[in-house]
Design a protein around this ligand. Structure first.
Ligand SMILES: Cc1ncc(C[n+]2csc(CCOP(=O)(O)OP(=O)(O)O)c2C)c(N)n1
Ligand SMILES: [Mg+2]
Length: 339
């Protein structure tokens, strides 16, 4: 078993959180162009898994990659400059947040849903030959887990006993589709059917993620084949920044105009039966209340109850302050460069 560094795990959570809030501000200011998929709600998965990363391991990420890049220790100024489209960015400002790549840190992102799995398998194949004991980590979503290339990777990774840890960040959604409406069977059972060792974990609990990853990686690093971690987490900002579905629940005053449209369509004479429309309206109302409660903090993996991780309030405050200073300095450096 690896040593658990509680302060390090807490710091990692807070760094990811603070980084995403900084990106949100820059995006809101119009300094970052294009779609922005933040990983708020997935911090505990990124921090808990990446705490086990060792030099020489490789990482592949999906379109929500910041948590892994921050936890990997890629220089934050380089990542921020990339998001700002600055030529001093990680990929000369040409890739943006969905194509982050660092050869030095062996970490890559793809915007093609499902593709981190085969990309990770490729990394794993190379590592198996070049660096026995090293592992590849591949992060994807629940939507990605229904892609053909993901299922093909389960097969080949198992057949070739690749040192690969596949991590599913299951936030329940693929853009506007509830995954449960389009997913057959149980994800862990699916992976086991291909011969992987697999576990389900509460992805809101950093300690649980840390322990599950520890167990699975012991198997992977010993050369016994790939593993699969299914982590239930949340999607706190909707699919991308500006996603009205979540903004409506986040700020109820913004939701007023959204609410009008929903009520109008539900009371529209044409269309479905009155009973079905009334049910739909009720369901929407319940959904908003549930989201609102969740967004109040209960659904936020970085708002840990006192005593979590065994850190006292003083230690947590010190780390929070250090993280705030680090992120603030990175933003200043990146925006000055981009100015
Ligand atoms: C092959 C492919 N199909 C469709 C898309 C458009 N797309 C971008 S993100 C996304 C949803 C992915 O859902 P999931 O894997 O659960 O990730 P989440 O956004 O929930 O984190 C889709 C369909 C894409 N980028 N690539
Ligand atoms: Mg999803």
């Amino acid at each position: 078993m690896s040593d658990l560094d509680r302060e390090g795990l807490y710091r990692s959570l807070r760094r990811i959180h603070a980084f995403e809030e900084a990106v949100r501000s820059l995006w809101n200011e119009g300094r970052i162009s294009g779609e922005m998929h933040l990983c708020r709600g997935e911090e505990a998965v990124a921090a808990g898994v990446m705490a086990h990363h060792r030099e020489g391991d490789a990482v592949s990420c999906d379109h929500r990659p910041h948590g892994q890049f921050v936890a990997r220790g890629v220089p934050l100024v380089d990542v921020l400059a990339e998001l700002l489209g600055d030529e001093r960015g990680l990929c000369a400002g040409r890739g943006g947040h969905m194509h982050l790549f660092s050869r030095r840190h062996l970490i890559a992102t793809t915007g093609i849903v499902g593709a981190p799995a085969p990309l990770g398998a490729g990394f794993a194949l190379a590592l198996m030959r070049l660096r026995p004991g090293a592992a590849a980590f591949a992060f994807g979503g629940d939507g990605a887990a229904n892609q053909g290339l993901f299922l093909e990777t389960l097969n080949l990774a198992s057949a070739w006993r690749l040192p690969l840890l596949l991590v599913c960040k299951d936030n329940g959604w693929a853009v506007t589709t509830w995954s449960k409406d389009v997913s057959a069977g149980d994800p862990v059972a699916r992976a086991r059917a291909f011969g992987l060792v697999a576990e389900h974990v509460d992805g809101m609990d950093p300690l649980a993620v840390w322990h599950a990853t520890d167990r699975l990686l012991a198997h992977v690093r010993a050369g016994r084949g790939p593993a699969y971690l299914h982590a239930r987490c949340a999607r706190l900002d909707g699919h991308f920044l500006g996603d009205r579905m979540v903004r409506a629940a986040r700020d109820l005053h913004e939701g007023a105009d959204m609410g009008r449209v929903v009520v109008q369509s539900a009371t529209e004479r044409r269309g479905g039966r009155a009973r079905d429309r009334a049910r739909a309206l009720l369901r929407m109302g319940r959904q908003v209340v549930r989201l609102k409660r969740g967004l109040g903090g209960g659904n936020d993996p970085t708002r840990l109850p006192p005593g979590t991780l065994g850190l006292d309030a003083g230690a947590r405050r010190r780390i929070d302050d250090e993280v705030a200073a680090e992120i603030g300095a990175a933003v200043r450096a990146a925006t000055q460069e981009a100015a």
